[in-house]
Structures are given as structure tokens and as C-alpha cells.
Design a protein around this ligand. Sequence first.
Ligand SMILES: *Cc1c(COP(=O)(O)O)cnc(C)c1O
Length: 435
Amino acid sequence: MNYQNTLEFALAADKNDPLARFRDQFIIPQHNRQDMIYLCGNSLGLQPKATAEVIAQQLSNWSKYAVEGWFDGDTPWMFYHKTLTNSLATIVGALPAEVVAMNTLTVNLHFLLVSFYKPNQKRFKIIMEGGAFPSDQYAVESQVRFHGYDPMDAIIEVFPRQGEDTLRTEDILQRIHEHADELALVLFGGINYYTGQFYNLQAITKAGHDAGAIVGFDLAHAAGNVPLRLHDWNVDFACWCSYKYMNSGPGGISGAFVHQKHFGDATLNRFAGWWGYREDTRFEMKPGFKPQESAEGWMVSCSPVLLLAAHAASLKAFAEVGSMQPLRDKSKMLTGYLEFLIRQMNRERGNGVFKIITPADPAQRGAQLSVICDNGKAIFDYLVKKGVLGDWREPDVIRLSPVPLYNSFADVYMAGKILKEAVSAIQPFPEGRAL
Ligand SMILES: *Cc1c(COP(=O)(O)O)cnc(C)c1O
């Protein structure tokens, strides 16, 4: 795309955008009675207009049927989670039986680690990206301790090379290879929350398997953002949340993937509950756990129907688009446009005001640029005051994420314009500073 830093260009791009109509399916928060420029869908996706109605329908079923609602009505709660399966499978590239909506994200990570982190004296190590999302770090540390190992010995973190901000795939693969004899598990994010780097999940999975390890991913920032092919890549397990790029509301339900090759494996540990029990005989309530032979076999509790309803409402937009590819195409253009505007500001200032730590290669990022600059927090606060909402991550990053379902090229243009104002207002420009 031949980008230009003009409102005319942005409006023309919006006019040609086949996904432009989806913006109207969302409630855009207001700032001074205008649409806010919301670039924070990586943290909490916007509310679809359909959500209230879909939740209201389940409240109504509850009032009409009470306990009978588990089996009665147009969407019996007993099977309600299954209404999401096809959409979810399309989004993460799985067979329908391999995905399930349940629990919340860190909870799913723990349950999956119970099954897939199987340390023994020889193989007990876990390899992760350095600077993984804190909740994942805490989950892994506590799992390692639970098995009686010391996190200092058991957790190997891969960090970028000196002077670099993101990981090189070759370095990740090399570290996996180096530790091949002692690795139990490779556990990576799909997209790193801080840098926005999209890892090569297929290559990491293959290297992990070559090393004899199990491979799992936390896809919090990848699901609904970039196309995935978990089944074909032979990923063992994965989990994600639905409130970031999948717009299902704060604390919304999480999703989990288990590759079908593991369904019949009776040697896997599980922390079981009745909702993972075989559906046909669950209500015989007999002792002795018999799992469903699908990802649903990892369910524990009965479904939180109101959370599922919010998720169902938001997945409608994804189902209407049909696949991740059109979203990805637009996403690359939007993020590319933001990058273009920031680079232009850098050129105008001679030495560069902003350092973008997110990879420049579109294949290695999703809908996010992580930007570092002098006085970053003051610049960020200025943006918020002017109705541009990204987010600030300690110690020094502004994250800006244009989301293809509801953000427009005009949003990105305006964000660039206001960012430039912010720089003029705040940054004193030390001579000769180069980032
Ligand atoms: C957002 C995010 C979480 C949040 O976990 P919750 O259990 O939903 O609070 C965890 N891990 C990663 C990688 C995330 O990006």
C-alpha cells in the first residue's frame, strides 16, 4: 500500500475497506462527544452491540426455565459451549473437537500444565521466552515447585541478543536444541505482550518435538489477531483469553486447545471435574472419572453461561468475516500505516524520536506497535487527554494496537497527528540523540 500522511488518503482507504462496515457493530467509547481513537484492543476489545442482547436472551431463559434451562429452550446450557466450537476452531486453526471455551486463561494454563508438564529426573526443564507475561511466569514457577523442582534450575528463558529487542527464531531453536536432553516442555507466548513479536510457532513446535519435548503456547495476544494452524503445526496444547482481540468482555471466558493425538492418552494427569466426564453417562453420577474424548475432557465445572453468551455475541463478527485472512490483510495495512506515520515523524526530526521495538517484518507481528521515546509516560498521558487510548506498560513502552474489526485508517491517521502534537508539546529534543 502506498501510504500518505493525509486525511484524504485515510478516508479513501476506509472507503475501499471491505471490512469497514464491521465498525458499526461495536460501541465506540466517546471522548468530548466524539469517537475515541481506541488502540487498546490488545488489552480489552470493544463491546459488540450484540452482546447485551445475547446475554439478555440467556437471562430471559433463566427466568423462563430456571433449572430446566440446562436442557430446555433454544440453546440448552448443557451444550451451550458447543455453539462456539466451530468459530473458535476456525480462529485458531483446529479441529472442532480440539477446542473448548472454559475457565479463565491462567486457570486453563494451570490445568493444561497438569497434563502436559510431566517432569522426571532426566527431563524436567521448561524453556520460555524471557519476559513472558507475568501471570505465565508465576504459573510456571509454581508448577515447577509443585513437582518438587527449583525454578532456578528448571526454567530456561531465552532473551534477545545484546542490543536487540526481540528474539531471533534461530536463537530460540538453538536453545531448544542445546537443552534437548533435559527439556520436558517448550512453553511460549504466541505474540509477546510487551514487544508485539509474533513467534514462529510452527518452527518452535518442530524444534520442541525434535528435542523430545511437549510444546504449548499461550495465545492471549495471538488468538483473533493472527491466523493460526494449531492442528497442522502439531502443537500439543494452547490456551488464550477472549477479552483481548476477541471482544468478549473483561474477565471473559478463556479457550483451550488440545491436539487430538492426546485425547485417548490415559497416562496424562488431569485435575478432573464432572463437566469433563463423558456426556452420555455424566448424569449417572458414578464414581471413577471417564473423560470425554475431546478437548471438552479437560472441562471441570459446569459452564458459566453468561460469559459464554458474551463470547458467542462477539464471535458472530468473526464468523461473518469467515476466516482470519481478511482480518489479517487489513491488520497488516493498518499497522503498516501506523508504522509509516511514526517513521515519517522520525525522519522529520532528523534523529528519530520513537524507537519501535516491534519487528518491522509484518510476518513477525500482529496488530501492535510497541514504541519507546523520551518522556514516554508524558507523551502517553497527552494522547489519553486528546482521546487516543493505547496503553502504557512499565517500564517504558507505549503500545498502540489498531484492530481490523473496528479501527479505521482515519483512526490511525488521527493517532499519528496527535502523536506529533504530543511530541511538539512535550519533547525537548536533545540534540544529536539517536534511538
Ligand atoms: C492477558 C494475558 C494473561 C491474563 O491472564 P488472565 O488469567 O486472563 O488474567 C495471561 N497471559 C498472557 C500471555 C496474557 O497476555
